[in-house]
Each structure stands twice: as C-alpha cells, then as structure tokens.
Design a binder for this molecule. Structure first.
Ligand SMILES: O=C(O)CCC(=O)C(=O)O
Ligand SMILES: [Fe+2]
Length: 357
C-alpha cells in the first residue's frame, strides 16, 4: 500500500519501504559497532551515593550526560506516562492531526522542530506539551482526557523536583549555591513564577530500513538539563564525545538519562559541555522516549555565574533569557552557542540578518 503523506506527516505504519526523502546517506559509518569495547561508558550515578555530587560533577565535565538511579520517580509514574504516550501515538493519523502543532506554536503533534535544518526527514513523530495539555487533549479524546492530563501534570511535577535537585548537585560540584544565582533563590519576588519546562513525547515507529533512517538528528538541547526516560528498555539514544565518537546510552532498568543543555553550559561559563546526541531507530520495535526539558523562569537572564569568571576564565557568554536563546537556536541551530559568545572572531557570519543557517 502506498504511503499516505498528509501535509508533511507520514503515516509510518503504512510504509513498507523507506521513502527516499527519509534515506540518510552513509549513516552507518557513524554507528558504533555493538562489539566495540569502549574503555568507559556513560556513567550511571546513584543519587543516594555519598559521593553523588563529585560523581555528577565529573560526569558533567567529561561527558555532559549521565544516568541516574534512586531518583525517587516511582515505577508506576514512569509506566503511566509510557502508557499515555503509546495511547496517543497509536491514534489514527487524522485524529493526531487534530492536535497538530501550528508552524511556530510551542505545543502539539508534529515533526521535530529541528527538521528544517536537514535535507532529509526523520523517522519520528512528536508531541510537545508547553503549559496546559488540556486544549490538545480535548481535541484528541473529546470524551475522556482526564487521565492523560492528570498523568502529564503529575509527571511534570515530579520531574520538576528532580531536575531542580540535579541542577543543584551539578552546581554544588562547582561550589555554586543558591546565593550565587538570583533567579534560582526562591526569596526573589521577581522570579516567583519559578522554572519553566516543556515535555516532549518522542515516538520512533518500527522502520523497514533502520540503517539508513535517522530517528532524531544530532543536536544539543536548549535547556539547563533534560531528563530523558527511554521507555520499555528500548535503546536508541547515542551521545557524541570528541575522543570516542558516537556511543550508545543503553537503557538501564529504572534509570533516567540526564543531558547537560546549552543554558547550563552558559551558566557554568563553559565548564559543563552540552552533550551532542541523536536517536536511531529499530526494524521491529516501536521506541518511545519522554524528554523533560527543564529551563529557568522565563524572565530570568542567564549568564555565566560570576564565581566561575576570573582573569584566567574570562566571561564567555553574554546574558540571555531562555526565550531569546530559543529564538537564536531556531535560526542558527548548531551555531547558536557560538553566536552568544561575548566576543567571537568568527561570528561575523552570524549577524542578526544572516539567514543562512
Ligand atoms: O529519544 C531520544 O533518545 C532523544 C530525544 C531527544 O534528544 C529530545 O527529545 O531532545
Ligand atoms: Fe535532545
């Protein structure tokens, strides 16, 4: 049966052969071999460990990514969010499209927002939740959306606590505490609104030609940290390290992945690299991942923490809000961080009117 393309949406379940528009060239050259024995792999950190702060600090500086166990997110909640995600993506395409993300809108069903930077399409469908999920949930399930909304709300509440805890563990490893960041101290009236976040449900359907398809192309997250739940122990996430190349992040029962995002990189004046990562797909398994994208209050201006700036470590980045950074990322993508450098000799081509990226 021919694939049905509704607007730019592919009904993946109807496709028997990888369409040319989804075939990425020479992707397999980059894939790490299963047998490759790396001297090290992405650290798994027990949050109850006495040395959790040091272990996290070291993982952030060397990898920009780690997994956490003993994180206090219940298995029930992880199972519930997976159930709701699968329920959503298994709806018929015409139903999912009722909640389609509008071209510049922050929420809804659609293709990855980074798609416009790549010549080929990704084997991926996503659902983004920014603010209340109610309006879209009503469109998807006019009769019964209560459980979906309650699960999202509960998951966001628990993830918010965990993300904040992890952020302070990371900053604690650099001797940074609440007095050092105005927007993070709850005493400051100006930032009463608290941190902001987006929940991203990622679906990677089974793919007839996984070696030539790309689930989600290489990117860094525009967050402070991202907490990723790789559901059902299905692998797919790969991270890049200069000295190792691409490395798998094997799902570990009950563990959650933490990515350092670009804003933490800015905040730590470059100490913690934001991790480049991507997702690959499977021939028979439908993979679902859930990313909690954690950022600062929307009015907070993020800049390198003064304690991390001295004459040997000059301030690398200028102050910027999360919204401003997202705008820059949407325009410059992988050159976004470079374009907020305080002084960058190569940034001429990234002037405000440059639309090349
Ligand atoms: O599905 C994955 O493993 C990665 C998802 C991701 O990178 C994202 O949602 O930003
Ligand atoms: Fe990501």
């Amino acid at each position: 049966m021919p694939a049905r393309v509704a607007h730019k949406y592919l009904d993946f379940g109807l496709v028997e052969e990888l369409p040319d528009s989804y075939a990425w060239k020479a992707l397999d050259h980059d894939l790490p071999s299963e047998e490759a024995h790396k001297p090290n792999s992405v650290p798994i950190i027990d949050l109850d460990h006495n040395n959790a702060i040091e272990l996290i600090g070291s993982a952030c500086k060397t990898w920009g990514v780690f997994q956490v166990v003993n994180h206090n997110i219940s298995k029930n909640l992880l199972d519930d969010i997976e159930y709701e995600g699968r329920k959503l993506f298994s709806l018929p395409m015409h139903q999912k499209l009722k909640a389609a993300r509008s071209p510049d809108g922050p929420s809804g069903y659609g293709v990855p927002s980074i798609s416009s930077f790549f010549p080929k399409l990704m084997w991926h469908e996503g659902f983004t939740i920014s603010g209340s999920p109610l309006a879209h949930a009503r469109q998807l399930w006019p009769e019964d959306h209560t459980r979906f909304c309650q699960t999202i709300q509960e998951y966001e509440k628990e993830m918010n606590k965990l993300a904040e805890r992890i952020m302070w563990l990371i900053l604690g490893s650099l001797n940074i505490n609440k007095e050092d960041i105005t927007w993070a101290g709850s005493k400051d009236d100006q930032f009463q609104e608290g941190s902001s976040a987006v929940l991203q449900l990622n679906s990677y359907p089974a793919c007839p030609d996984p070696d030539r398809a790309m689930g989600l192309a290489a990117h860094t997250d525009s967050t402070i940290v991202t907490i990723l739940h790789q559901t059902n122990n299905t692998s797919g996430l790969q991270v890049y390290r200069e000295d190792y190349g691409w490395t798998r992040v094997p799902p570990q029962n009950g563990a959650l992945v933490v990515n350092v995002g670009d804003l933490l990189h800015i905040l730590t004046n470059g100490w913690c690299p934001s991790v480049l990562h991507r997702a690959v797909v499977h021939r028979t398994q439908h993979r679902l991942s859930i990313a909690y994208l954690y950022g600062p209050p929307s009015s907070a201006r993020i800049s390198p923490i003064p304690k991390l700036v001295d004459k040997f470590h000059p301030q690398l980045y200028r102050a910027i809000t999360w919204g401003e950074y997202l705008g820059i990322k949407a325009k410059h993508f992988d050159k976004a961080l470079r374009s907020v450098l305080v002084s960058d000799p190569t940034s001429e081509s990234l002037g405000p009117n440059d639309d090349n990226c």
